[in-house]
Design a binder for this molecule. Structure first.
Ligand code: NAD
Ligand SMILES: O=C(O)C(=O)C[C@@H](O)[C@H](O)[C@H](O)COP(=O)(O)O
Ligand code: ZN
Length: 357
């Protein structure tokens, strides 16, 4: 069992990482709550719902199960959950438990942030990707014009990461979560980056994965502790997301996983870095690794106009300038403004270079 403490001006909390933690959740409740609402999705409730409910026995517990996937991060599902919370008479001494991946974490966290102006919530992540989403307090739902456009900074009171649960993930969800690990490595730790690229996802050992998750969490924790509300260096955690989010929105939420879209965004950020900063990055190596591990990395020319429009709704855009996270080298990110016309040109030449191979 390992604990990483996160200092926050809003709400400090511990991330506890270990096997079978879902069975011990009662020991980690920070106080007595008048009632508990567990929010989860259909896949997670099927696999682990009973374990969590058994472990909470003795408390007044309600359960809400949403459909799996990105489409649940919607204003409709959010509103339904608020209605349920009211029907269950949750009060300000109630607790919400977000039991699942990043979708459930972001959605349930936003319900917690806004129900009666805020109640406590605990993140119980069950995906690799959620090593990222459960830390740092960003909670949100999507709008048809873009990802996470409705949200808040609202940290949990506790994160309980039961590493046993990640064993049942599909290979697509392993790919998705691993892309965020790659992102963290590229921001802060070249050795970690090399190590991640030396592994084939089909053969990954659970112990190596858990070590990688802890390293990723530590990188994220160091950044969010310095800049919780994303005024500066927290923007680095958006590496690959300017294009990644636009791809998710353009294709339709859930058509591509978040991490797979971010992986394409990372390649594009590396490509733009080379052009704008005149640096040489291991772009070929990353592309080969992504291809070998079956990431979908193809974009088409006809998507360019829509992608640029969605990129204009990125939260880092100021005065119509797109702000991208670029890399001077692995471990050295920078923020860089690029105008719409230039982004369009880069997308065109990036896709052209992909087509040529
Ligand atoms: N708040 C943040 O800082 C932050 C950071 C990164 C990503 N995100 C958000 O996270 C979301 C993506 O998260 P995700 O990839 O975890 O998606 P997800 O929650 O949809 O989970 C992916 C799939 O795995 C299933 N699943 C969950 N746990 C499982 C388990 N243990 N075994 C088998 N199947 C399981 C889910 O039902 C779902 O079908 C996106 O909406 C993204 O925007 C937020
Ligand atoms: O924690 C952060 O900050 C991040 O940017 C982490 C990202 O991986 C995550 O996808 C986040 O939700 C993106 O935030 P957004 O503000 O671009 O919606
Ligand atoms: Zn992300």
């Amino acid at each position: 069992m390992r604990t990483i403490h996160i200092n926050s001006a809003i709400q400090s909390y511990d991330i506890v990482i270990g096997e079978k933690l879902r069975h011990q959740i009662k020991d980690y409740l920070p106080k007595n709550y008048s009632s508990i609402l567990v929010i989860t999705d259909e896949n997670v409730v099927y696999l682990y719902g009973n374990d969590l409910l058994q472990a909470l026995k003795g408390n007044k517990v309600f359960l809400e199960v949403v459909p799996p996937g990105e489409t649940s991060k919607s204003i409709q599902v959010y509103y339904q959950l608020l209605t349920k919370a009211l029907e269950y008479s949750l009060d300000r001494q109630s607790l919400i438990i977000a039991f699942g991946g990043g979708v459930v974490g972001d959605l349930a966290g936003f319900v917690a942030a806004t129900y009666m102006r805020g109640v406590d919530y605990i993140q119980v992540p069950t995906t690799i990707l959620a090593h990222d989403s459960s830390v740092g307090g960003k909670v949100a739902i999507n709008h048809e014009k873009g990802k996470n456009l409705i949200g808040s900074f609202y940290p949990p009171v506790q994160v309980l990461y039961d590493t046993e649960t990640i064993q049942t993930l599909s290979l697509q969800d392993v790919r998705s979560g691993y892309a965020e690990l790659l992102k963290e490595a590229m921001l802060a730790n070249e050795n970690f980056f090399t190590q991640l690229l030396s592994i084939s996802l089909e053969q990954i050992a659970m112990k190596d994965l858990i070590t990688a998750l802890e390293t990723g969490i530590n990188i994220k924790a160091t950044i969010v502790e310095q800049d919780e509300r994303e005024a500066g260096i927290r923007k680095y955690l958006n590496l690959g997301h300017t294009l990644g989010h636009a791809i998710e929105t353009r294709l339709g939420y859930g058509k591509i996983s978040h991490g797979e879209a971010v992986a394409i965004g990372i390649l594009f950020a590396m490509y733009v870095s080379q052009q704008e900063l005149q640096v040489k990055l291991p772009l070929k190596q990353v592309k080969e690794w992504l291809t070998e591990n079956n990431y979908p990395i193809a974009l088409s020319f006809e998507q360019i106009d829509d992608l640029v429009e969605f990129m204009m709704h990125d939260k880092k855009v100021i005065n119509s300038e797109i702000q991208m996270v670029l890399l001077k080298k692995i471990g050295e990110p920078v923020l860089h403004n690029i105008n719409k016309q230039q982004i369009k040109k880069y997308l065109h030449s990036f896709i052209m270079s992909e087509v040529k191979g």
